[in-house]
Design a protein around this ligand. Structure first.
Ligand code: GDP
Length: 545
C-alpha cells in the first residue's frame, strides 16, 4: 500500500506546484489601445518569439508565427478566442511561471463572448491609451471584471507618445470607475519623453530607477539599466524629481498597493508602459506573477467548493467554429478548474451525463495548433469537434460536479431569420439549433411566427453577420434576415404573457432555454406598461455590461 500512497502524495504535490506557478489573465481594452502590440511584447519577453512583429506583422516588421490578429483586423472583427501559453521566469526567481493569456474579442458587438472569456480568467490587465484615458469599451469590460470580482492591473500604454499628465489619468480612473489606482511604478519623463520607471517603495519612496534604451523599431527587448534614486536624480534631474514628488503625493492620499484591497477589486496597481518600445513590459509580467492570484477552486451549483486539487473538472467558456480555412471544425474551449487533464481521458459532460472522450485536445493560438498531452488548473484547452458542448457547460472526471451556467446578456437587436429556399428547411433547422447551442445568438420562438421564422436576439448586430456567414459556409443554407423593431428584452412569466401579448409594441417569445421573453419596442413603451399594469412581470435580464 505504501508506494501507492506515496505516489498519490507526490502527484498532488506536483498538481499544487503546477497551480501555484500559473497565472491566467486577459487584457481588457478599447480597440487600438495596443492589445495586440502588448500581447506581442509579452511574447517577446517570454522568448516565445525572437522579434516583435512576428505575430501580427505590423508595417515594416516580419510576419511569421501567425497572422491571426491581422486576419481579424482585415475582417474588422475579432472572431477567435484563443489562449497563448508561455513560460516566464522573473528576475531572481528559481522557477518558471506559466502564463495563460486568454484573448478577448475586441469589437463591442461581441461583448457577450468577452464576458464568457472573462469567466475563465483570474485577473485582468486593463490597458489604457495614455492620450485617450478611459474609453467606452474599457469601461464596459471593467464593469464585467467588477461584477465577477476579477482583480485588475492597470497598464497605461503609449507613454512614448504625447499624452496626459500621469496623475490626471489616475484621477480619471478613480473618479469614473471608483477604482483606486495604486501605481507600482511612475514614469520618468512626460508622455512623449519616456525615459524609464521609478519603482515606488514604502510611503512612495523611490527604491530604484529602471532606465530603458530604445531598440530599432522596438523590435527587440529594450535594455534596462538599474540605478539608485541618488544616481537617477543626477542622471535625469528635474524629470526624476517630478516623478519622486508625485510618488510621495500619491502616498499622502493613500494610493499605495495593498494586496487585500487589490484582490477585493477596490484598488488597482498601475504600470506605465510603451508596448511598442517594450518599455515596462517586463514589469507587467513580474507584477502579474507577484500580485495576480493563481488559479483557485470554484463554487459548484450546489454551493460546494471544488478545490483545484480535486479530481479533474473544467468549464467550457467558448465554442468556436471554422476558425480558419485549413481547419473547418468546431472547437470548444475549456478552462480547467481542478485536477490534471490528460489527453484521451474519458470525462463526463455534466449537462447530459454522457461520457466524452478527449482524444483531440489542442492549444490554439492563431493558426498554430498543438496537441495537448496534459494540462492543469488555469490552462485553456480546445476540444475538437465537441458538438455537444456549449458555453457554461461542465466536464468532470471521478467526482461529479456542475458549475453555474454563464448568464447571458440582455439582447438589444432582433431579427427574423428565414431560409431562402423551403427545400433547405432541414439544414436550416439544424444550423439554427447548432448556432443556438454554441451561444452565437439567442434563438426565440413563438407560435404565431412558427418554427420556420425564429427570431434571433443579439447584443450587437455583427453577431447576425456571423450567423449568416456560418449558415452559408457550414450548412450551405442561404438565410434572410429582417430586423425587428424591438429594442428591449425583459423576462416575463406565463401569467403575464397573454396580457403583454395584447399590448402594442410588445411580443412574447420563448427562448430555447425555456425563459419567456417580452420584446418591447422602446423604453417609453416599457415605462408606460409598467406604470399602467404594474402587476405584469417585466424583469430586467442580467445585463452585465
Ligand atoms: P489593439 O486594437 O488594441 O490590438 O491595438 P494595436 O496593438 O493594434 O495598436 C493600435 C495602434 O497603436 C497601432 O498602430 C500600434 O502600433 C500603436 N501602438 C500600440 N502600442 C503603442 C505604444 O506603446 N506606443 C505607440 N506610440 N504606439 C503604440
Amino acid at each position: 500500500m505504501a508506494p501507492v500512497e506515496r505516489s498519490e502524495g507526490k502527484a498532488s504535490q506536483v498538481l499544487a506546484e503546477e497551480v501555484s506557478r500559473r497565472r491566467t489573465f486577459a487584457v481588457i481594452s478599447h480597440p487600438d489601445a495596443g492589445k495586440s502590440t502588448l500581447t506581442e511584447a509579452l511574447a517577446l519577453h517570454a522568448k516565445v518569439i525572437s522579434e516583435a512583429g512576428a505575430i501580427h506583422g505590423k508595417a515594416g516588421r516580419r510576419s511569421t508565427v501567425s497572422d491571426w490578429m491581422e486576419m481579424e483586423k482585415a475582417r474588422g472583427i475579432s472572431v477567435s478566442s484563443t489562449a497563448l501559453q508561455f513560460n516566464y521566469r522573473s528576475a531572481g526567481s528559481s522557477v518558471d511561471n506559466v502564463i495563460n493569456l486568454v484573448d478577448t474579442p475586441g469589437h463591442s458587438d461581441f461583448s457577450e463572448d468577452t464576458y464568457r472569456v472573462l469567466t475563465a480568467v483570474d485577473a485582468a490587465v486593463m490597458l489604457i491609451d495614455a492620450a485617450k484615458g478611459l474609453e467606452p469599451q474599457t469601461l464596459k469590460l471593467f464593469q464585467v471584471c467588477k461584477h465577477r470580482g476579477i482583480p485588475v492591473i492597470t497598464v497605461i500604454n503609449k507613454w512614448d507618445r504625447p499624452g496626459r499628465a500621469p496623475l490626471e489619468l489616475l484621477d480619471e480612473i478613480n473618479e469614473r470607475i471608483g477604482l483606486v489606482p495604486t501605481p507600482l511604478f511612475l514614469p520618468v519623463g512626460i508622455a512623449g519623453d519616456f525615459r524609464g520607471l521609478l519603482r515606488r517603495g514604502e510611503d512612495g519612496v523611490a527604491t530604484e530607477y529602471i532606465r530603458f534604451t530604445r531598440t530599432a523599431g522596438g523590435a527587440t527587448i529594450a535594455p534596462e539599466e538599474i540605478l539608485t534614486a541618488e544616481a537617477a536624480a543626477i542622471r535625469e534631474g528635474e524629470e526624476w524629481e517630478t516623478a519622486a514628488e508625485e510618488s510621495e503625493l500619491l502616498s499622502a492620499t493613500g494610493q499605495d498597493h495593498d494586496e487585500e484591497l487589490f484582490l477585493a477589486g477596490q484598488t488597482s496597481p498601475v504600470i506605465y508602459a510603451s508596448a511598442m518600445l517594450n518599455f515596462g513590459v517586463r514589469q507587467i509580467l513580474d507584477t502579474l506573477i507577484e500580485l495576480a492570484p493563481p488559479p483557485r477552486g470554484r463554487a459548484a451549483i450546489d454551493g460546494r467548493e471544488r478545490e483545484v486539487t480535486d479530481p479533474f473538472s473544467a468549464v467550457v467558456f467558448k465554442v468556436q467554429a471554422g476558425m480558419d480555412a485549413a481547419h473547418r471544425d468546431r472547437l470548444a474551449f475549456m478552462r480547467i478548474v481542478s485536477g490534471v487533464f490528460e489527453r484521451g481521458m474519458v470525462v463526463t459532460h455534466a449537462q447530459t451525463g454522457k461520457p466524452f472522450t478527449t482524444k483531440y485536445a489542442q492549444t490554439v493560438f492563431g493558426r498554430e495548433r498543438s496537441t495537448v498531452e496534459s494540462a492543469f488548473p488555469g490552462d485553456v484547452v480546445g476540444l475538437v469537434n465537441a458538438t455537444a458542448l456549449a458555453p457554461g457547460h461542465t466536464l468532470y472526471a471521478d467526482k461529479k460536479v456542475e458549475y453555474p451556467p454563464i448568464p447571458s446578456f440582455a439582447p438589444e437587436h432582433f431579427s427574423v431569420l428565414r431560409a431562402e429556399s423551403a427545400s433547405k428547411y432541414k439544414q436550416f433547422r439544424r444550423a439554427v439549433d447548432q448556432l443556438d447551442s454554441e451561444g452565437v445568438v439567442q434563438v426565440l420562438r413563438n407560435e404565431i411566427r412558427g418554427d420556420a421564422a425564429p427570431v434571433l436576439a443579439a447584443v450587437g448586430p455583427m453577431q447576425f453577420e456571423v450567423v449568416s456567414a456560418r449558415m452559408k459556409a457550414e450548412f450551405n443554407v442561404e438565410a434572410r434576415m429582417e430586423p425587428l423593431g424591438y429594442g428591449i428584452a425583459r423576462r416575463t412569466d406565463a401569467e403575464s404573457a397573454d396580457e403583454l401579448g395584447r399590448q402594442r409594441g410588445v411580443e412574447v417569445f420563448t427562448r430555447s432555454d425555456g425563459v419567456l421573453l417580452a420584446l418591447v419596442s422602446d423604453k417609453w413603451r416599457l415605462q408606460y406598461i409598467q406604470k399602467e399594469m404594474p402587476e405584469l412581470t417585466l424583469e430586467p435580464l442580467v445585463a452585465t455590461a
